[in-house]
Design a binder for this molecule. Structure first.
Ligand code: NAD
Length: 340
């Protein structure tokens, strides 16, 4: 059964963004995804058109559609421009950052990685409460950064991780922390996480790991992990680590999810060195498109599209340069569509 179409704000982005988002729209349409697109600009494209990297019309569109698929954006350096990603995260309270990492490339060091990292996206050490303390003549003698963990914030992110596990048939959630040293902030995260976990007993297994031990185990036995949930800074670091385990950022999508909106994107940037050449790898944005389908309850279609992408990558005949092939973005996209 096909649901009535959902409108999605489409932000093509800068550099390779327009090529890889076009490719993604093509595969989503070929998969029969019930989506229509409201094209809006952000990043340098928006600076050129409107003198603002995040125009009001783009925000309005996301408010209305509650869904966005976004290409990478060049954040203009200096001149007081705000960080677009931070502004979007704040505006829509996108508290959950979801980064799946799965082995697909043949010959990759790890063949059995299939981990979903759920990072708390709004609290922790990234709340921006920082200051210097002057001692004697030195105005920067001491620097302080405050980590803020709230019970509500911890509860909603851990619950999100468990709900995701239930919906996607995942077996275990691992909460990663440093509560042995940071007894208050990390301690509250762990304590709250344990309470939420108890509600899922018998349905989803739960364990917790200290972040340093977790980092070591991730590079030694990554196949043991299923869903990881953690605070902002640890999630930032570990999600790049898990991307690295499966072949790098070019294959990794990221979803930013809140109660009132969700934004799906690739983890990589605008790749200015290959922009305009038609050779960029669109896989990460295509997989972000699959996350979007999951999010709107189109899991079956998402699974079919993921299978087509993975089969094309595994076969290795029609893949882009960055993963050892010679295909253009368009040729790779055609190959994925042929597999659907
Ligand atoms: P980058 O990810 O753009 O590029 C790093 C390297 O990876 C380059 O060699 C590039 O060619 C390659 N690469 C990246 N994506 C690829 C793809 N899909 N296919 C093939 N090769 C790919 O990182 P950078 O050079 O540090 O950043 C460039 C710009 O992107 C900066 O302006 C930065 O601010 C922006 N950026 C935006 C986002 C975002 O919008 N989410 C994220 C990261 C960086």
């Amino acid at each position: 059964m096909t649901a009535s179409p959902r409108q999605v704000t489409l932000i093509p982005g800068d550099g390779i963004g327009p090529d890889i988002t076009d490719a993604t729209v093509r595969v989503l349409e070929a998969a029969g995804a019930p989506l229509t697109w409201d094209r809006k600009v952000a990043g340098m494209a928006a600076v050129k058109a409107h003198g603002d990297p995040l125009p009001e019309a783009t925000l309005e569109s996301i408010k209305r559609t509650t869904l966005a698929l976004k290409g990478p954006l060049e954040t203009p350096v200096g001149k007081g421009f705000r960080s677009i990603n931070v502004a979007l995260r704040k505006e829509f309270d996108l508290y959950a950052n979801l980064r799946p990492a799965k082995s697909v490339l043949p010959g990759n060091r790890f063949q059995d990685v299939d981990v979903i990292l759920v990072r708390e996206n709004t609290e922790g050490l990234y709340v921006g409460i920082e200051n210097y303390v002057k001692v004697g003549d030195d105005p920067h003698a001491i620097a302080q950064s405050v980590a803020v963990v709230t019970r509500n914030g911890a509860e909603r992110i851990v619950r999100y991780a468990f709900e995701h596990a239930v919906r996607h048939g995942r077996k275990r959630v691992t909460l990663v922390h440093k509560a042995n040293i940071l007894k208050y902030s990390q301690g509250l995260f762990l304590e709250t996480g344990r309470k939420v976990a108890a509600e899922y007993e018998g349905r989803v297994a739960f364990d917790d790991k200290i972040v340093d031990a977790c980092a070591m185990e991730l590079v030694m036995r990554p196949e043991r992990f299923d869903v990881i949930v953690t605070t902002n800074l640890f999630g930032d670091i570990l999600s790049d680590l898990t991307s690295g385990l499966v072949g790098g950022l070019g294959l990794t999508p990221g979803a930013n999810i809140g109660e009132t909106a969700a934004i799906f994107e690739a983890v990589h940037g605008t790749a200015p060195d290959i922009a305009g050449q038609g050779v960029a790898n669109p896989t990460a944005v295509m997989l972000a498109g699959c996350q979007l389908l999951d999010h709107i309850g189109e899991e079956a279609r998402a699974t079919r599209l993921r299978a087509a992408i993975e089969a094309t990558l595994r076969e290795g005949r029609m893949v882009t340069r960055d993963v050892g092939g010679t295909a253009t973005t368009a040729q790779y996209t055609d190959a994925v569509i042929a597999k659907l």
